[in-house]
Design a protein around this ligand. Structure first.
Ligand code: APR
Ligand code: PHB
Length: 389
């Protein structure tokens, strides 16, 4: 078989790129290792920048997002028994949207199926071949039959544990990593959010985040030790620990209920460079991971896709390679800015088991300065709503 662009991975990055290329008349095939149900079942974050909203609109999948998404003009920080609102609208004139990544994936999957675009689910042993040549290809097995797809370009949207990044020769690939000494225990619960906006809480017992999926469904997180297991956390223990980390007025509004999903995610900062080798390009989690504190994971995947879509469109319209040649450098500039912001949010809001008393005092001073300085609040706001592409 043959296509112009072969995409590995039907997560938000692969599906969004596929949809944008399809609307540009550029043929593409997506190979996904898992089933469609499995991909949809994964509970992920749900906060999107204006840039991501605009890209989903350009992909023609914005209708439900605008109908069901929640627009937020600010966010709450809570520590030392006080609330501090960061007013995005007043500080930088922009807002964010709360709309679950699962819903975005569902909208993209439906649009792709409606457009008759090819996605091979449960594709086994996907392998990018000849990526240094002008005629790379993808091989995979499905139901015991081996297939090969010739393509002009291969896009690795296969996440952190995918095959693409490992296809780049070790002597070329450089990686940067920070693993944090804690994780996030998250639950999904059909209880109304305790606040109309997100609450990022810092306490001596650790970090907590109160966010939502809708007016009736909440997503709640507490910082937990890395070696904790989900089994260690009954719903009761979760609710009582969350209450201890929030200021009393928030804790009083908590309405405990049975979790419908509960999972622990480790926190990691990771960047792989370059994001391109020959005819192979990496996008999204395949190239970079951010701790979720800055809500940048999905939004970085979207900006990678924006740069790739623009460069591939230019190539197929004019034959030019300039945009593709500049892709890695262009994308990495924004990636490192988001890595910095996500690391900084994680550093000021979490409790580090090994922190010295001096570091603890510095953290207090950092939080104190942040909520008293319009300049510092503006810096947080402009990063949180999304830096320009
Ligand atoms: N062959 C085919 N598909 C693969 C392979 C492989 N070898 N390895 C992984 N995949 C698929 C996974 O099953 C998954 O569906 O690639 C997809 C990668 O999707 P994501 O992990 O969601 O990554 P991405 O699309 O880059 O989205 C990034 O996801 O994890 C969140 O916080 C992150 O919000 C960010 C977003
Ligand atoms: C979420 O809604 O799951 C969410 C929101 C903001 C974050 C992380 C997760 O920083």
């Amino acid at each position: 078989m043959r296509t112009q662009v072969g995409i590995i991975g039907a997560g938000p990055a692969g599906l969004l790129l596929g949809q944008l290329l399809h609307r540009q008349g550029i043929s593409n095939v997506i190979l996904e290792r898992r089933s469609a149900e499995y991909v949809l079942d994964r509970v992920r974050a749900g906060l999107i920048e204006q840039g991501t909203v605009d890209l989903l609109d350009q992909a023609g999948v914005g209708r439900r997002m605008h109908a069901e998404g929640l627009v937020h003009d600010g966010v709450e920080l809570s520590f030392d028994g006080e609330h501090h609102r960061i007013d995005f609208k007043a500080l930088v004139g922009k807002a964010v949207m709360v709309y679950g990544q699962t819903e975005i994936t569902r909208d993209l999957m439906q649009a792709r199926a409606a457009a008759g675009q090819e996605t091979v689910y449960e594709a086994e042993d996907v392998q990018p071949l000849d990526i240094s040549s002008a005629r790379p290809s993808l091989t995979y097995r499905k139901d015991g039959v081996s297939y090969e797809i010739g393509c002009d370009f291969i896009i690795g949207c296969d996440g952190f544990h995918g095959v693409s990044r490992s296809t780049i020769p070790a002597e070329v690939l450089k990686t940067y990593e920070r693993i944090y000494p804690f994780g996030w225990l998250g639950i999904l619960v059909d209880r109304p959010p305790i606040s109309p906006e997100l609450i990022y809480a810092h306490s001596e017992r650790g970090f907590a985040l109160c966010t939502m999926r809708s007016a009736t469904r909440s997503r709640l997180y507490v910082q937990c030790p890395l070696d904790d297991q989900v089994e260690d956390w009954s719903d009761d223990r979760f609710w009582s620990e969350l209450a201890l980390r929030l200021d009393p007025s928030d804790a009083a509004r908590l309405v405990p209920g049975p979790s419908i999903e509960k999972s622990i995610a480790p926190l990691r900062s990771f960047v792989a460079e370059p994001m391109r080798f020959g005819r192979l390009f990496l996008a999204g989690d395949a190239a970079h991971i951010v701790p979720p504190t800055g809500a940048k994971g999905l939004n970085l995947a979207a900006s990678d896709v924006f740069y790739l879509w623009r460069a591939l469109s230019e190539h197929y319209e004019t034959g030019a390679m300039a945009g593709l040649d500049a892709y890695s450098q262009t994308a990495l500039k924004r990636v490192w800015l988001a890595e910095r912001f996500s690391w900084w949010m994680t550093s000021i809001l979490h409790t580090f088991p090994e922190a010295s008393s001096f570091e603890q005092q510095l953290q207090k001073a950092e939080l104190g300065y942040l909520v008293r300085s319009p300049a510092a609040m503006t810096a947080l706001a402009e990063n949180y709503v999304g830096l320009p592409y």
